[in-house]
Design a protein around this ligand. Structure first.
Ligand SMILES: C[S@@+](CC[C@H](N)C(=O)[O-])C[C@H]1O[C@@H](n2cnc3c(N)ncnc32)[C@H](O)[C@@H]1O
Length: 247
């Protein structure tokens, strides 16, 4: 198994900034168009993926949930509706994404339940064993140090608490694989470039999905970090995968 503690693919090959700063800057830039492009590029399928992923936490009835890399708070908002916890804390390194998230939370009158803060997955500002469940949707791929982020999340989970990760993966069935490759290599960067004015960001999306240690490899990393009862489920021909692990 490779060591994923080191820098993985970065958004801007010309820049000497650490991956984390490049990622935060990139998401700050695309934040105003992020939700629209998410729905448009996935044809709305991402909503179904998010619902399926949260179903895995429903029977645990978590009271306090941490949503890491919360972005514009889509998963946090869905968690509030589906899991009805007392509190959801969402953290992200991009202030631009959080700003949009806070507006949505306010419009939906969910401020009593959801709080969004600037924060880094690799250095969580919370005490050990303070959350019943943790979630990360389309975030782990962007971590600068994957193992560090996963072990910080484990630290703040209560014993028996679960981590749910939702992340892109690559389909393996022949025709789907070719169509997906065409879509991710050519169509997504073009459309992303037109609508978000940042073709680079949508090129990075493809590169980071290609490099991500998905499926059994990601499960091995979770287990190495200390998660138990790990499990994964591929969705939509493997375009996306749900991972579960317990403290
Ligand atoms: C593709 S967005 C996903 C946002 C949201 N979870 C969703 O499902 O739409 C990835 C997010 O991860 C955040 N991120 C990347 N590295 C992070 C880190 N080390 N700690 C916290 N957030 C991070 C980015 O700023 C960005 O908002």
């Amino acid at each position: 198994m490779g060591n994923y503690a080191h820098d993985t693919v970065v958004p801007d090959l010309q820049s000497n900034l650490p991956k984390k700063e490049q990622v935060a800057h990139m998401f700050d830039e695309i934040a105003p168009r992020y939700d629209f492009l998410n729905r448009f590029l996935s044809a709305g399928i991402d909503i179904g993926w998010r619902k399926k992923a949260l179903q895995f936490l429903k029977k645990d009835r978590p009271v306090k949930v941490l949503d890491v890399a919360t972005g514009t708070a889509d998963l946090a908002i869905l968690s509030a509706n589906m899991l009805a916890p007392q509190q959801i804390v969402g953290i992200d390194i991009s202030e631009g994404m959080l700003e949009i998230g806070r507006k949505k939370v306010k419009e939906l009158k969910l401020e009593g339940c959801i709080q969004l803060y600037k924060g880094d997955s690799e250095q969580l500002a919370y005490e050990d064993a303070s959350f019943d469940a943790t979630t990360v949707a389309f975030g782990v791929r962007n971590f600068q140090q994957l193992e560090k982020g996963l072990s910080e999340i484990l630290r703040v989970l209560k014993p028996g608490g679960k981590l749910m990760v939702l992340e892109f993966s690559k389909p393996t069935a022949p025709i789907i694989k070719q169509f997906y490759s065409l879509y991710m290599n050519f169509i997504t960067p073009q459309l992303g470039g037109i609508f978000s004015k940042s073709k680079n960001a949508y090129q990075y999306l493809n590169d980071s999905v290609q490099q991500f240690p998905e499926g059994k490899n990601f499960i091995s990393i979770m287990e190495k970090v200390g998660y138990r009862h790990t499990f994964y489920k591929r969705l939509s021909f493997g375009i996306c995968t749900i991972y579960l692990g317990e403290k």
